[in-house]
Every structure is written in structure tokens, then in C-alpha cells.
Design a protein around this ligand. Structure first.
Ligand code: PLP
Length: 321
């Protein structure tokens, strides 16, 4: 899906035109995948007729903390502190005046060194935002497969870092799924236990218990995942975080993905085995409705997850990702 552009991108403390945010082909990142990034959603909580739409960025401090952690793991100082990075995101969203939107902070090793050691290449930081609709469009639930590709073994690619290079593995999973007619793929870890989707964390329900895989199963420490764990606690849903065998997928009553892009998306089938009756089950629905109620402003933001931004009332036509 082609990107719908906005006007301005934040680069190392300055707003620059979208068209000017270019890099040299000999930049370190192009050759070695040396980038870290974030994906954040800004939701609109519109009040009709008010002229100014209310909008809020979902869990901005947590995303910026993970952005800095991702860089820290790779010895990549971003050059901006937590508060400056949060402000950069607010500034670019307000400058472009587009909400709802998807926000993409990215930092990478730029033009300087072409050997593998990146330490003398400059670090460039950008924040862009643009309108983006549903990542997994199916309202009937996603039909997914277990990928033939495994996630990274421990002590190979750090999965707690949201690094560009990790997404080569994710691309293999996603392409294989698409070519075989599935909406998404689920990867197993190096031990053959469930890890996560190519860009989503995974939850299962069996009986009245909610299960998800732990950080030691090569998953990204998803911010939607932690939000769902919090909401489950609020709703009194028992949660078990543990390594899970593949077959738990097939015998679960409900399965769903979480992620900034996928939000809360229920799975209709895994490897063409129907999950429950294929529709969104009651525990998924309770968590889904709570999540969307908070981000869309119909339920109180009781955990202060939204950072308010001022945007114009003009709302973009959303395209699917
Ligand atoms: C590999 C992977 N797992 C999980 C997630 C979900 O994380 P979050 O909820 O923070 O977007 C993402 C998306 O960022 C991802 O790329």
C-alpha cells in the first residue's frame, strides 16, 4: 500500500520538508540494517462540531523509552533525552495536523563508516507521521499460519531491541504467509515453542485463562501487550505468562494478536484449523472493547495512556496498510 505523505519530518531537532528527508546510498544503515525504530498510533477522540479535534498519542513515554533502550543495546546514543524525544513526536504531529495517524521515529547509523563497526558513523534521528488504517484488514478475523521460519535464537539478534535488522526475519515470515494465502504468520522460537507474529504479540484463551508468551520466547516487549495485561488485570481475567507449545494454538478457544499496527485483532484460524467458532470470543471482545474504548475516548483514560495533541479538525481518509 503506498504511503500517504504529510508535509514535515522532524530531523535531529529541525522540521524539514517530507521530500528532503533523504539519505546517501553509502550510509551504514543501507548495508548493515543498523537502525532502531518505533511505531506509535495517535488516535482521535473527536467531539463533533467543536472545530478542533481532540487527539491523543498512545503510550508515548513508553514508546520513547523503548526507542532509547533499542539504541542503547546497539551502543547507539540518540543524542536526545526522553523529554526531547516525546516533544519531537508531539511537535511533528501538531505541525502536520493529521490525526488519527501512525508515527514512525527512526534512528540509524548514517554516512561515514562503511566497515561493519558503526561507531564512527553519525547517528541520525527522524520522526515522521502519516495517516494509516488497519494493518490486518479482515473484520472476520485473521487467517494465519505457523511459519516455517523460526524467531532468533537467544544471544543472536536481541529481540528486546526494535532494530531494523530484526525485520528481515519478520519479512520472511510475512512474505511466506502472504504467498500461501494467509493474513499473517506466527513464528516459533528456537525450541519450537510459540513466539509471536511477524509484527504482533500473541494471546490465547483456554477456558477462562488468558495466556501469552514471555520475553524469553524471543518476543518484542510489546506496548500493546503490556496494555492488554493491565486491562486483563483490571477486568479480573486470570493471566498466565509462560512458554507455550504450538498445539496450544489449535486447542485454544480464542486467539488474538496485539500490536500498534494490528491493535487487537482476533484470529479466525491457524493453519486452517478454526479457533473456537471463528468469531471474536468473549474474553477477546471484553479486552478489545476496553482497549478501543480508551483510545477512541468513549471510556475513561484511567491509566493516562494518551498524550494530548492539538490537530486541525480535518481528518484524513484512512488507507489500509
Ligand atoms: C515483532 C513485533 N512484535 C510485537 C509487536 C507489538 O509491539 P507494540 O505493541 O509495542 O507495537 C511489534 C510491533 O511493534 C513487532 O514488530
Amino acid at each position: 500500500m503506498p504511503l500517504q505523505t504529510t508535509q514535515l519530518i522532524w530531523h535531529n531537532g529541525q522540521m524539514i520538508p517530507w521530500e528532503s528527508a533523504n539519505i546517501h546510498v553509502m550510509s551504514h544503515v543501507v548495508h548493515y540494517g543498523s537502525s532502531v525504530f518505533e511505531g506509535i498510533r495517535c488516535y482521535a477522540q473527536s467531539s463533533p462540531g467543536s472545530g478542533v479535534a481532540q487527539a491523543g498519542i498512545f503510550r508515548l513515554p513508553e514508546h520513547m523509552q523503548r526507542f532509547r533502550d533499542s539504541g542503547h543495546i546497539y551502543r547507539m546514543p540518540l543524542g536526545f533525552n526522553q523529554q526531547e524525544l516525546c516533544q519531537a513526536v508531539v511537535d511533528v504531529v501538531e505541525a502536520n495536523g493529521v490525526a488519527p495517524c501512525y508515527i514512525r521515529p527512526v534512528a540509524f547509523r548514517g554516512y561515514g563508516e562503511i566497515g561493519i563497526n558503526p561507531l564512527s558513523s553519525p547517528v541520525e534521528v527522524y520522526v515522521a507521521n502519516f495517516p494509516w488504517g488497519k494493518y490486518i484488514p479482515s473484520n472476520e478475523g485473521a487467517n494465519v499460519c505457523v511459519s516455517s521460519w523460526n524467531r532468533h535464537a537467544p544471544n543472536t539478534m536481541p529481540t528486546m531491541s526494535k532494530a531494523g535488522g530484526n525485520y528481515l526475519n519478520a519479512q520472511l515470515i510475512r512474505m511466506e504467509a502472504a504467498i500461501n494465502g494467509y493474513d499473517e504468520g506466527i513464528a516459533l522460537d528456537v525450541n519450537g515453542l510459540i513466539s509471536e507474529g511477524s509484527g504482533e504479540n500473541l494471546f490465547l484463551v483456554r477456558g477462562s485463562v488468558l495466556y501469552t508468551t514471555p520475553l524469553s520466547s524471543a518476543v518484542l516487549n510489546g506496548i500493546t501487550r503490556t496494555s492488554i495485561l493491565t486491562l486483563a488485570k483490571d477486568l479480573g481475567i486470570p493471566v498466565v505468562e509462560q512458554a507455550l507449545p504450538r498445539e496450544m494454538l489449535y486447542v485454544s478457544d480464542e486467539c488474538f494478536f496485539t500490536g500498534t499496527a494490528a491493535e487487537v485483532t482476533h484470529l479466525r484460524s491457524v493453519d486452517r484449523i478454526l479457533i473456537g467458532d471463528g468469531t471474536m470470543g468473549p474474553i477477546t471482545k471484553a479486552l478489545h472493547d476496553e482497549f478501543f474504548g480508551i483510545v477512541n475516548g468513549t471510556r475513561p483514560d484511567r491509566h493516562q495512556w494518551l498524550t494530548p495533541v492539538k490537530v486541525s479538525a480535518q481528518q484524513p481518509e484512512l488507507v489500509a496498510g
